[in-house]
Design a protein around this ligand. Structure first.
Ligand code: ADP
Ligand code: MG
Length: 263
């Protein structure tokens, strides 16, 4: 297995997103944690890459580094060949749509949450983004539709609805790179699938980096990176990993039926 999580397309062209030797140390009350230990990743433009691994293996940490929200202890992150530290926050936000593990809504309306930060809201784009995020159905049931009120923190909508609006917010901006941190976990399998299918259609040109706990969510990614204890322990397609990555096979066996495993 190569050291870096690389792909054929990246070898030829410069990658859209690159993590080079990223190490992240956290200091806490119980001492120091090495959450990422020399993580290398190259993602080509338009590629869809998934990261899978047990809880605490460093998935969220790798995404925080990738979107420039947390500069790693060591190593560097490049977007279009430029270090994320050299972008303004606004430029990075325009390029990267990030959906955090914990979705957050602001006091306002559905539309103001989806178009958050955009002073010239485009209502047609709000609707398209909500369609992609499979949020339209519950919005249409509300009297005030897109003008329905949202309480601080989104306390008046369900977890699944919050997650869908948070996905819509990222999609609304048409970012070149979309990063999802376990952003489909509160959705039922059917909705999860529908969001991913819609993303394939509506955001097909975006580079995607997706963390998920469910194998079903990421099985069809161009490439799956398996992390364990801050290190890459496997990469490839679902079928390649079933054959050659013990950590992946164990996760797959715990989630998929015998039939699904042999497909
Ligand atoms: P995952 O997303 O795969 O569950 P994380 O990236 O959240 O993993 O965490 C990796 C490790 O780093 C875990 O041991 C976690 O407890 C620790 N960690 C994450 N964030 C912090 C933080 N802000 N402070 C201290 N430790 C952290
Ligand atoms: Mg996480």
């Amino acid at each position: 297995m190569p050291d870096a999580a690389t792909c054929g397309a990246c070898a030829a062209a410069s990658p859209k997103l690159e993590l080079r030797g990223v190490c992240q140390r956290y200091r806490g009350s119980r001492g120091e944690t090495l959450a990422l230990d020399g993580f290398d990743l190259r993602v080509a433009a338009h590629e869809s890459v998934a990261i899978l691994g047990p809880s605490g293996c460093g998935k969220s940490t790798s995404l925080l580094a990738a979107c420039g929200l947390q500069h790693p202890t060591e190593g560097e992150v490049l977007v279009d060949g430029v270090n994320v530290r050299d972008y303004t926050l606004k430029a990075l936000r325009d390029k990267i749509g990030y959906v955090p593990q914990q979705s957050f809504l602001f006091k306002g309306t559905i539309a103001s949450n989806v178009a958050y930060g955009d002073t010239e809201r485009n209502d047609a784009d709000v609707k398209t983004a909500c369609d992609v995020a499979q949020a339209t159905e519950f919005i249409d049931k509300k009297d005030k539709k897109y003008d329905s009120g949202i309480a601080q923190g989104g306390s008046n909508v369900s977890g699944g609805q919050k997650q869908r609006l948070s996905i819509a917010r990222a999609v609304y901006r048409h970012p070149e790179i979309l990063i999802f941190d376990d952003s489909f976990s509160a959705l039922d399998f059917k909705t999860d699938r529908a969001v991913r299918d819609a993303l394939e259609r509506e955001a097909k040109d975006s580079t995607k980096l997706i963390v998920a706990q469910r194998i079903g969510t990421i099985m069809n990614a161009d490439r799956i990176i398996v992390l364990d204890d801050g290190k890459v322990v496997g990469q490839g397609t679902h079928h390649e990993l079933l054959d050659n990555c013990e950590v992946y096979r164990q996760i797959a066996e715990s989630q998929l039926s015998e039939d699904e495993l042999n497909r």
